[in-house]
Design a protein around this ligand. Structure first.
Ligand SMILES: [Zn+2]
Length: 239
């Protein structure tokens, strides 16, 4: 083996290690899913002592997307918060390590189709391809098959519901939409979430689909305020 090739390999390893480091992955956080499940149980047990536990589901759509998914994972870890990522299959194919990183951080990774079509207007063959191919790419990074499906644009009708059910999926939409994708400004994203959230809310935000720097910038204030209000953060599994 020529030294030049050896240096190239070392450089590649350094890049990969750098990527892992940028995700903040450590040996501890890379523990099996049972550890995060135990953490979740402990969180639930602690909060169950409160008479009325306020809870929200934080969800991120359209990723994984570089660099926003990694930035969001870092912030979620800083606040010790878990969320659900509805991922687009072709993005998983592009950034598999971000899907893996979300999984290793204890996030729930769920299905948001392969290429983000309006599922009301696709054939049954296309519907199956959109959902099952995404399942496979996510499963390759997480080891599990997503049970939740979030149809793009929240576009559902009876056919979409029946087809989702036929594939064993539960449809999960949202209740609080700050329209962060339209980039209304960080403070607008913050206020739209905080003014509309209540216990049981499903908050929709985006880690992909374009420039999500405003979403990233809004997240710390949202998390800090919701925690101060006594909210706990649940993940969706559709089990
Ligand atoms: Zn979407």
């Amino acid at each position: 083996m020529k030294p030049r090739f050896g240096r190239a390999r070392l450089a590649l390893i350094a890049i990969v290690l750098g990527l892992i480091a940028s995700l903040g992955l450590t040996a501890a956080s890379a523990a099996p899913a049972s550890t995060s499940a135990a953490t979740q149980s402990a969180t639930t047990a602690t909060t169950a002592t409160t008479a009325t536990t306020k809870y929200v589901y934080l969800t991120f759509d359209d990723g994984p997307w570089y660099p926003y998914t990694g930035q969001i994972l870092t912030i979620l870890r800083q606040y010790n918060v878990h969320a659900t990522f509805f991922e687009v299959g072709r993005q998983v194919a592009r950034y598999p390590w971000l899907t893996r990183g979300a999984y290793l951080r204890g996030m729930s990774v769920q299905n948001h189709t392969w290429s983000h079509p309006d599922l009301r207007y696709v054939s049954w063959t296309t519907f199956k391809y959109q959902v099952l191919t995404t399942d496979r790419y996510i499963r390759n990074q997480t080891g599990y098959t997503p049970r939740c499906l979030r149809p793009p644009y929240g576009a559902v009708n009876t056919t979409v519901r029946n087809r989702a059910a036929a594939l064993g999926k539960k449809i999960r939409l949202w209740t609080v939409d700050p329209r962060d994708w339209s980039r209304p400004g960080t403070s607008a994203i913050v206020s739209r979430v905080l003014n509309n959230v209540h216990s049981g809310s499903v908050i929709l935000m985006h880690d992909g689909g374009g420039n999500r720097s405003q979403t990233v910038a809004a997240l710390p204030t949202i998390l800090r305020t919701l925690k101060a209000r006594g909210y706990v953060f649940y993940r969706m599994w559709c089990a």
